[in-house]
Ligand binder design. Structure first.
Ligand code: AMP
Length: 195
């Protein structure tokens, strides 16, 4: 029952890799960004609340995000494990997730961090903007999201490093190449049952 988190700066390929790895492990991928985007698209109350934060590249407030994650993790498809993508990204969210998981005597088995440098990420995201038209993929907002990653999310990485569950993977390269690196890293029996 693997419980994983994939973490990395915007544009590092988290979402793409999360889909692939979750399929390989037979667990559900839960992307908070995707859930928010679906709600924005459907103009639900949650989407209306989240939209302005997302467009500005800010974090959606914890009061909204934490509840959404708690609800999602109470669904039955997480029984066989899960791969979280994009949550937690602040230390306060780590504490909240710890509480949710402790209720079921659980914890994260592995935290995978994708590494890529800022300039590479900016050019990737600008390329993505042309394809997807995501409203938060423009230079000013991209820089802001990267800053938030450095200011807040790296502290999350530090926490999981202390807990000795962190694996770092180079996120630069082709999609298949990065997937192979991740699978190889996860095959270390220290982290998960051999794949
Ligand atoms: P992502 O697709 O992971 O880049 O997320 C897109 C946007 O959704 C972020 O820029 C935030 O506005 C919001 N978001 C996603 N996950 C979180 C989170 N854990 N906490 C707060 N906001 C989030």
């Amino acid at each position: 029952m693997p419980r994983l988190l994939i973490i990395g700066p915007p544009g590092s390929g988290k979402g793409t890799q999360a889909e692939r790895i979750s399929e390989r492990l037979g667990v559900v991928a839960i992307s908070t960004g995707d859930i928010f985007r679906a709600n924005v698209k459907g103009e639900t109350p949650l989407g209306v609340e989240a939209k302005n934060y997302m467009d500005a590249g800010d974090f959606v407030p914890d009061s909204v995000t934490n509840k959404m994650v708690r609800d999602r993790l109470s669904e039955s498809d997480v029984q066989s494990g899960f791969l979280l993508d994009g949550y937690p990204r602040t230390v306060a969210q780590v504490d909240y997730l710890d509480e949710i998981l402790a209720g079921d005597e659980e914890k994260l088995d592995v935290v995978l961090q994708l590494i890529a440098d800022d300039e590479e990420l900016v050019s990737r995201l600008l390329g993505r903007a042309e394809v997807t038209g995501r409203s938060d993929d423009n230079v000013a907002v991209i820089r802001h999201r990267l800053n938030l990653y450095h200011e807040q999310t790296e502290a999350v990485v530090a926490k999981y490093t202390e807990r000795e569950v962190l694996i770092q993977v180079d996120g630069i390269g082709g999609i298949d190449e990065v997937t192979t690196r991740i699978i190889d890293a996860l095959s270390n029996p220290r982290y998960l049952q051999p794949l």
